[in-house]
Design a protein around this ligand. Sequence first.
Ligand SMILES: [Mn+2]
Length: 426
Amino acid sequence: MAAKEEPVEDPVEEPVEELDAPAEGDALPPEDEVALTVLHTADWHLGRRFPAFDEDDARTLSRARLEVVERIFGVADRRRVDAVLCAGDLFDEPSPDAQFWEGLLAILERAARPERPIVLLPGNHDPLIAGSVWHPTHPLRQRLPEGVHVVDRDDFELALGEGAVLHARPCRSKAGQKDNALALPAREEGDARIRIGMVHGQTFDVPGCQQNFPIAEDAAVRRGFDYLAIGDTHAYRKVPPDAEVPTVYPSAPEATNFGEKDTGYVALVLFLRHRRRAVVRPERVARWTWRREKVTSLARLRELATEDLARTVLRLELSMPVSPEEYGEVEQLLAALKGSEAAHGRVGVLRVERDELQLVTEDIERYFERLPAVLRATVERLKAREAEQPEQARRALYQLYRLTRAAGGSGVGAAGDSDASAEDGA
Ligand SMILES: [Mn+2]
């Protein structure tokens, strides 16, 4: 799904429903009851750029996408899964920069085992087209280690041990109207194997979206699958929640934008020996929590500055009127949150929006009473300009206020300014 920046009402992360969770906490069914375990992931969006952020932060967020893939294979090892299914949009575009596919290759070289297949599916962001990273002629393809499979045929089929089979079908363009799930083969009579399907597209319950690569809600049942692994939507969900056969979006393992809910998971899928229906468990892999916070008081900003935000990507919207003194404190708090050349900030990644931070300039003249006439005239001009360019005019007024205070030039409002120079700089 296109990750457009959309306004979001509720920045609070909602807990993911523990689907089919066993009664006892985190415990999974005993290993001897499990016939097959699969790790299902999607929507890595490797190579995604974050131009709305500062350069360093943008780099941190791009790197985070490869780092989480490393952790995903850590889960695969720990849970001793039999296969890793990656359901599309693994790259943000069909022809990413070499550093991104080389980064993935390095991870796959460490993770690949011939006996544990890793299956990579082209999605609508990274379709299987000539020149793309998934095309058989691409250098990534030539260098993939044994055990890593790319779904590069419409009739892709892979046996997962003796008792299970995977059928998958790639996206071959950025947009399409074909239902790739219904295009998968149906269960043949007498075939008692566990059958898993994998496609990338949109189920019909995605609200407000024009269907791109639609997936019929009952496709898994109609084609005789026991599990349908899908990708596209960045939220963890099972569609529909009470489906006879689980059809699951495992979510983007790291969010790609503010406002995406229930991101940061992979799906662990267990097929039990004595139960037809697969058990599906979300497992958290994300490092980052994306959060939007609108601050309307200085007290709230002070509070925020005490929180542990080291793993938060914070979009901080300042929306409040502040006096010149308070404006100074806001600057200090922002510096502590954001960090500097010398020190890390309290927030992992911070984006500040201060359009609605208003310096109250009504009686700002009183701070400049003792200034020479030429500077007082500057103040007047800036105040006059406030109507057209409020943000710039107010910042300039604040800078002037700060300079005169630091220079001890103001007789008013300097109380508590202990570090002000004694020199008469005005
Ligand atoms: Mn997609």
